[in-house]
Design a binder for this molecule. Sequence first.
Ligand SMILES: C[S@+](CC[C@H](N)C(=O)[O-])C[C@H]1O[C@@H](n2cnc3c(N)ncnc32)[C@H](O)[C@@H]1O
Length: 326
Amino acid sequence: MASVEENFFEGTEKLLEVWFGFKTDATNGDLRIIPRCEWEELLKLAKCEIISYCKNEDMDAYVLSESSMFVTKDKFILKTCGTTTLLQTIKPLIQLVDSQCGIREILDIFYSRKNFSRPELQIGVHQNFVDEVGHLDKQFRDGAAYTLGRMNKDCWYLYTLDKHGVTQPDQTFELLMWDMCDNRMKIFTKEFSESGADATKKSGICNIIPGAKIDDVLFEPCGYSMNGLLPDGYYFTIHVTPESHCSYVSFESNVPRESYDELIKKVLNIFCPRKFLMTVFANRVRYFNFRISKFRVYRISLIQDHQFCNFKNYNLTYTLFSRPIL
Ligand SMILES: C[S@+](CC[C@H](N)C(=O)[O-])C[C@H]1O[C@@H](n2cnc3c(N)ncnc32)[C@H](O)[C@@H]1O
């Protein structure tokens, strides 16, 4: 029988979002003209590959062997888990966008991740955030790095640019969940579900944001990834590592909401995590005032850490919750 060590999978993702300055006068000024073979080459540097693809008018969405990639006219999002080497793509990405689209200006970048369960298994700079920051600093002059949460326990790292880059309304909401309920995790195995679509239906993921165009994959023997596309460049993406000794789920979306209460309630009801971390990022155009007192849905949750950051262009709320085992 394989040991727990051999079966360990690091579900925690590295997440990169890059906003490019887009040129109205250029016919090639759109990241979506970049051919798939170029993305495939770029992803090789991160040690992952495309396994599924869907698109709508505003966005191209790729399910990867390790999480997801989204491409819009002027925005690139890459989310990779396991022992991928995401930051190896950053310089080649900038060169690729320059050579194919003639775009050199970078409005903002966001590189973030939760602390890993097993950082020693990561490759190169990804073993610790200080080295990741060093790598990013070589590329960007005005980078700023932060740690939210407890440096010796659960925390969340962020690297962004210290500038007023993105002028259009923008927000990103993330729920990172771990210590999951085993019963719920069964759905994301081939033993219990036939396909990605079957798991999406059985779990109730299909009801989180109705009307989305969904591309879902169920891995063999277990594991699940989905991208959901909505009109006007909105998306959501869910990734599940169901193995009980390292269970982890992530939910991410840029859909705007006055309050995220309903969305959070739906996601928590599906996955039942014992611990979860929430980040809400919103720029001044889409200022989001998060008030913890309104958190009716978490009556049974304990807030362990709650922090609010006021950046030059964005506000960020970070909250870590734990729930008693019922
Ligand atoms: C790619 S998925 C989603 C990972 C995601 N970051 C998460 O939130 O957990 C990872 C899950 O799929 C399983 N899996 C099965 N085959 C895989 C493969 N070829 N590559 C990556 N993961 C695979 C892993 O064991 C794990 O349970």
